[in-house]
Design a protein around this ligand. Structure first.
Ligand code: ATP
Length: 985
């Protein structure tokens, strides 16, 4: 079997590109075919590091066995067996096995979910396959794939370059070299060249810091350079515990110590005459104290939450962010693609001295007309396109020279391509949306980039590319240099944000003339009004320029220019206006945030007027907002914001709602300002430079479709649909999960308190021989803890969303699960339940019975013990029912069980309903099946005692409602509905 990736050494850097392609049997244009990919996946396996193989069942099993509960249970079993209490020992044994098995499967499933989600969030790669550009999961790369990458991408496999523009790659991970390495295509000669010097190769896991390129994959998985040194470098799988889980663990330890103390108390009460009975009672108390189900339920609830979020298009990378989401007070969002559709269409152009043009047509379909509007008012501009009074259609042939240049810049200073999918008939834009819009425009007049750069009849293309200085959100412009076949000259084209382009211009094209610009701000005065007009119609405005340029000769590069050499002395030709409609759901989502006490900020690279127009459309600023001296300045440019000192920012009444012309540093400044105001901020980002702000935000959110790998790796959450509405849904889900965790913590812990109270006070009952009579048996306690309370607690974790969730202000980040209210609830409900069940025991024995506690009634049934056994049955039945029904109390901390209507009813959480129903039903066999009742549970069935139990249940329900009523009357309201008026503009 020929296996190019395993032949050592691999001198691909010494092969020229044709040899490489031949050896790997691939096509540089079209890539591999699907069939080849399948064969190679079989041959070489997936592109992943071995040893990073996901969830280990053994680890999960170990965690199940080595926990405090299992240890306590094993001790109980050992004691039972040594005391020859075979039945009890066996029951405990069965409990251990069932508990471990159920726990194992639940946790294994949860871990699997998490693992597959981690994989979903893992990097993707772009490759050419079957002649199309495809996005695939990086672990599906195979040798021979044609890899396409650009600034911000993490390279998925080792590859031999065959195309590159200004490509620089950060290889510090591999070689320790701290500076990015510039790459070339040249074939090297020395087969033993060190890795770091093989500059015509790129390596798996390194990051592109500049430029773009294409390469043929030469090695994947463990064969790649990183694979060879992989083990030490494999990222930790990110399963570190969250804050919440850690605090739960801590609480677990504390309770364990408490359980030991209670054990000592039991021994002390029995004057340290430690019989098996006494030991088992002590252990029962331990079982009662420790909320066994808690950690499992937390994990399960989180896993379920993460799963449902993934379904809703938000992939959680860091579990911690799930907790933070519920506290988010401010969301800082990008505009393009997040609040807007990113389906950009160029609709307007402005040529100095000539006036406006309207471009008709929809979407990416390259059909439409260019209509001359001339110099018109702002109002008419807004109406243009919908009116048919303008009929001056222009085509390429009768276009003036400046408009022709505008078409040329649009077409050539552009890396996007337009494809026609023959099967669906749809037009697809591949590349940057802004550039796609310009490409569509150029294609509409028959001057798309392919037409200009493909060879003509004379064997030469009209234009051939020499250099490219790509767009990035810091410089906000892009330039290219071409050779113009007709004149034989080099020509540079530039496009970008107006302020960034006019600074590079020294001339302006008016008609066939070029006028020199005398003063620095002359140009901005000439076109400032038009930029404002276009932008205030919500259009993204780009300025276009060009110039003929002399080659800069250097020895190694015949046509070599630095960015500075190209981007000066340009000739300004015109403006283009691109419309990017807001997403339909953005406005509603922003308003939903306002109702939920969350402020939305838009941080965009766009012009302030464009930003303000879109912000108005989606309700981020009021429709009638105008800047005034008195009110807060809601729309700022990054320049204005950056010029403020921290103190000045802190003195602002309100942080700006919109920051235009925003650069990545401004985002960081904004987050810091929010943090100084004690706000919890979510921040979106897509570019490489966004990583710092994504990292310091409380919740960093990366765009899954438009985002770079670097941004994704710096983020906590990745949105697979890049949609603002998804963020809002995730916040809602975060709030729901946290509230549910609080609910089941309350349920489980108050159950435990009730058992402890019953058992500790129960130590006071002594029989005729002075021995303690236990009001509950160990098996009863096990049953209560494992069978009665865990299922409803789990179901509380699934409690559906309460529509009021997004009408309340965000939860304070400092208040963890255990707020004062929750602690008091645990104690009050716990005491109430424990007290009532003990009262059942007391009433049955002393109230209605003759007070005879028999003799040695802890282990075996006898006629003399009948009363005690019945009393135990009553106490147990009462507590079972109370714990089950208490789950309904826990659905809301303050609202009555039955209210508010329309929000929930007894059946709206079906698992909860059924767990309670079945839990109650289980009482029957446990009480009435002979032998099971007296020998295992150590209780007897009930007759008239049911009346006592029933009354206790009613008392509990009434007392709980009274307690909630008192809380509602006396405590500060926890539901402050955010004012609707204030919410929507
Ligand atoms: P947001 O931050 O809201 O998502 P954005 O990311 O689109 O907005 P940038 O991409 O930073 O913002 O764009 C800022 C400005 O740069 C735009 O208003 C436009 O003038 C200019 N611009 C955008 N894309 C290009 C491009 N491909 N070539 C040249 N200039 C561009």
């Amino acid at each position: 079997m020929s296996n190019p990736t395993t032949e050592a050494p691999l001198p691909y850097h010494t092969y020229d590109i044709q040899d490489t392609a031949q050896k790997l049997d691939t096509n540089l244009e079209d890539g591999l075919s699907s069939q080849q990919v399948q064969e190679r996946l079989q041959q070489y396996g997936h592109n992943q590091m071995s040893g990073n193989g996901g969830v280990s069942p053994w680890k999960v099993l170990f965690r199940q066995i080595a926990n405090s509960l299992t240890i306590i249970l094993v001790a109980a079993m050992a004691i039972a067996f040594s005391a020859k209490d075979w039945v009890e020992g066996a029951v405990i044994g069965v409990v251990i096995i069932t508990n471990t098995t159920i726990g194992f499967f639940q946790e294994y499933r949860a871990e699997k979910t998490m693992d597959s989600l981690r994989k979903m969030a893992s990097p993707t790669s772009r490759v050419m396959r079957d002649g199309n550009l495809a996005h695939i999961s990086t672990n599906e790369l195979v040798p021979g794939d044609i890899l396409v990458f650009e600034n911000g991408d993490v390279i998925g496999a080792d590859a031999r370059l065959f195309e590159q523009f200004n490509l620089e790659v950060d290889e510090a991970l591999l070689t320790g070299e701290s500076l990015p390495v510039p790459k070339t295509l040249e074939t090297l000669t020395d087969p033993d060249e060190p890795i770091g010097d093989r500059i015509n190769l790129v390596y798996s896991s390194t990051t592109v810091t500049k430029g773009r390129g294409r390469g043929v994959v030469i090695a994947t998985g463990m064969q790649s350079e990183i694979g060879k040194i992989a083990k030490s470098l494999i990222e930790s799988s990110g399963d570190s515990k969250t804050k919440l889980q850690k605090s739960m663990d801590k609480m677990g330890y504390l309770l364990f110590i408490f359980a030991l103390l209670l054990g000592v108390v039991v021994f002390a009460v029995n004057k340290f005459r430690i019989t098996a009975e006494v030991a088992i009672y002590a252990i029962s108390l331990g079982i009662a104290v420790i909320p066994e189900g808690l950690i499992a339920v937390v994990t399960l609830t989180m896993a379920a939450g993460v799963r449902s979020m993934a379904k809703n298009k938000a992939i959680i990378r860091q579990l911690n962010s799930l907790e933070a989401l519920g506290s988010v007070t401010n969301i800082c969002s990008d505009k393009t693609g997040t609040l807007t559709q990113s389906k950009m269409v160029m609709t307007k152009a402005y040529i100095p001295g000539d006036g406006y043009y309207h471009i008709s047509g929809a979407g990416f379909i390259p059909e439409g007309q260019v209509i001359r509007l001339g110099e018109i008012s702002a109002n008419d501009l807004a109406m243009a396109g919908s009116s048919d009074s303008y009929t001056q259609v222009v085509n390429y042939e009768n276009m003036g020279a400046p408009l022709r240049r505008v078409v040329e810049v649009s077409s050539l200073c552009n890396m996007a391509t337009l494809k026609h999918d023959k099967t669906t008939g749809e037009w697809i834009g591949v590349g940057d949306p802004t550039e796609t819009a310009l490409q569509v425009f150029a294609t509409k007049v028959g001057r798309g980039r392919p037409a200009l750069t493909q060879k003509t009849d004379n064997g030469h293309p009209e234009f051939s590319l020499h250099a490219e200085f790509p767009f990035d959100s810091t410089v906000k412009r892009m330039s290219v240099v071409y050779t113009e076949e007709k004149s034989g000259k080099h020509i540079a084209y530039m496009k970008g944000a107006t302020e960034r382009v006019i600074g590079c211009c020294s001339r302006i094209k008016i008609g066939d003339r070029e006028e020199t610009i005398e003063k620095p701000d002359q140009l901005s005065q000439m076109i400032g009004y038009q930029v404002e007009q276009l932008a205030s119609n919500g259009l993204r405005v780009l300025s276009l320029a060009y110039r003929y340029i002399e080659p800069q000769l250097s020895e190694t590069h015949p046509d070599y220019w630095t960015r500075e050499q190209v981007e000066r002395d340009m000739v300004f030709v015109g403006l283009v206006g691109i419309y990017d409609p807001p997403r339909a759901e953005s406005k509603e989502s922003v308003e939903q945030c306002a109702r939920a006490g969350i402020r939305v900020h838009m941080l965009t690279g766009d012009h302030p007027a464009t930003a303000a127009a879109i912000a108005r459309e989606v309700s981020i600023i009021p429709p009638n907002y105008r800047e005034s001296k008195e009110g807060p300045k809601l729309v700022m440019t990054a320049m204005e914001f950056d010029a403020l000192t921290d103190q000045e920012i802190d003195d602002l009444e309100e942080l700006p709602y919109v920051i235009a012309r925003c650069s990545p540093d401004t985002k960081v400044k904004m987050i810091k300002a929010l943090h100084r105001r004690k706000k919890i901020a979510a921040m979106t980002g897509d570019g490489v430079n966004d990583s710092p702000s994504l990292k310091i935000a409380n919740v960093g959110i990366a765009m899954g479709m438009a985002g770079s790998d670097v941004a994704k790796q710096a983020s906590d959450i990745v949105l697979t649909d890049d949609n603002f509405a998804t963020i809002v849904r995730a916040v809602e889900e975060g709030r729901r999960i946290f509230a549910n965790i609080q609910k089941f913590v309350l349920h489980l812990m108050s159950g435990n308190v009730s058992e402890v109270i019953a058992l500790v006070i129960g130590l006071c009952f002594a029989d005729s021989s002075g021995l303690t009579v236990y009001p509950m048996s160990p098996v009863q306690i096990l049953f209560l803890n494992m069978v009665t309370s865990s299922p409803p607690a789990m179901a509380l974790g699934l409690e559906p969303n309460n529509p009021l969730t997004m009408r309340m202000p965000p939860r304070s980040p400092t208040s963890g699960i255990f707020t004062l209210e929750i602690i008091s609830d645990i104690l009050v409900y716990g005491t109430l339940m424990g007290g009532l069940s003990l009262l059942n025991f007391v009433l049955v024995v002393f109230g209605f019975g003759d007070g005879n506690l028999g003799h040695d009634c802890n282990s075996a049934y006898s006629d003399a013990c009948d009363l005690v056994f019945r009393a135990r049955g009553a106490a147990f039945s009462c507590l079972t029912l109370l714990i089950l029904l208490h789950a309904y109390n826990c659905r809301s901390l303050r609202e009555p069980q039955w209210l508010p209507p329309g929000i929930r009813n007894y059946y709206s959480n079906r698992p909860l309903f059924w767990s309670i129903f079945l839990g109650c039903g289980l009482l029957i066999p446990v009480l009435y099946i002979p032998y099971v009742n007296t020998s295992i549970f150590k209780h007897q069935y009930l007759t008239w005692e049911w009346a006592v139990v029933g009354v206790s249940v009613l008392i509990f329900l009434a007392a709980s409602e009274l307690y909630k009523l008192i809380k509602r009357r006396t405590m500060k309201p926890n539901i402050v509905l955010v004012d609707d008026e204030k919410a929507a503009y």
